[in-house]
Design a protein around this ligand. Structure first.
Ligand SMILES: O=P(O)(O)OC[C@H]1O[C@H](OP(=O)(O)OP(=O)(O)O)[C@H](O)[C@@H]1O
Ligand SMILES: O=c1cc[nH]c(=O)[nH]1
Ligand SMILES: [Mg+2]
Length: 210
């Protein structure tokens, strides 16, 4: 799985992404769409998660049936925009733990600056799913995963909504072992490091800060 990228082409994801991209979409609608897309993407991202068998009783009789050990999953949103994806994912994996990585991208240098890092205990036995809607230059994603690897989780996946070839190449150059799940790979970046055509500044659009 070196440098693996999965583009989630499901029509519901693509439809909602188109609505989110439109500049006329309000903060309220944008934020709701992020939640809905995250729920749909969680379905794909958790596809390979380990399962265990437990004994249960149906109204008719006993059986062994499979469950995910939700507590072994850690969602790791990159603040702030990653928070816009968090609740949609937790809606389908309510037992998951949450770790936070606070990073902002310096607007001039585009370097990622860390301001917060907090993970649950026992990361060695957990599968981490890092979430951030945008993987642009890749600086933030690279820095977040570098920091997360210090905690030695059992596995790491990275989920974004949008990325571009430069960002993916940078990310997989540094972290070839971390699969990326995205809804689209746009053509490139502009001079300010924004994905083109993209959807603008995800954090500002989720929280209405522009
Ligand atoms: O791949 P990169 O070039 O590093 O860009 C992507 C980063 O930029 C955005 O965050 P931003 O720095 O705007 O912070 P915010 O989420 O607080 O708005 C986005 O949410 C990513 O974290
Ligand atoms: O296009 C981009 C690039 C970085 N961060 C964003 O929010 N959008
Ligand atoms: Mg932002």
């Amino acid at each position: 799985m070196q440098g693996e990228v999965t583009v989630i082409e499901h029509p519901l994801v693509q439809h909602k992404l188109t609505l989110a991209r439109r500049k006329s979409t309000s903060t309220n609608t944008f934020s709701r769409l992020m939640g809905e897309i995250a729920t749909l993407m969680a379905y794909e991202v958790t596809r390979e998660m380990p399962m265990q068998e437990i004994d249960i009783e149906t109204p008719i009789g006993p059986m062994r049936s499979r469950v995910i050990d939700g507590k072994k999953i850690v969602f790791v949103p990159i603040l702030r925009a990653g928070l816009g994806f968090l609740e949609g994912m937790r809606a389908v994996v309510p037992g998951a733990r949450v770790g936070h990585i606070g990073l902002y991208r310096d607007p001039k240098t585009l370097v990622a600056v860390e301001y917060y890092f907090k993970m649950p205990q026992g990361m060695r036995n957990r599968d981490a799913i890092v979430i951030d809607p945008m993987l642009a230059t890749g600086n933030s994603a690279v820095a977040a995963v570098e920091r997360l690897k210090e905690a030695s989780p059992r596995s790491i996946r990275f989920v974004c909504l949008l990325t571009c070839p430069e960002g993916l190449e940078h990310f997989h150059d540094k972290h070839p072992d971390v699969p990326v799940f995205t809804a689209a790979i746009d053509p490139g970046l502009n001079d300010h490091g924004y994905i083109v055509p993209g959807l603008g500044d995800a954090g500002d659009r989720i929280f209405g800060t522009k």
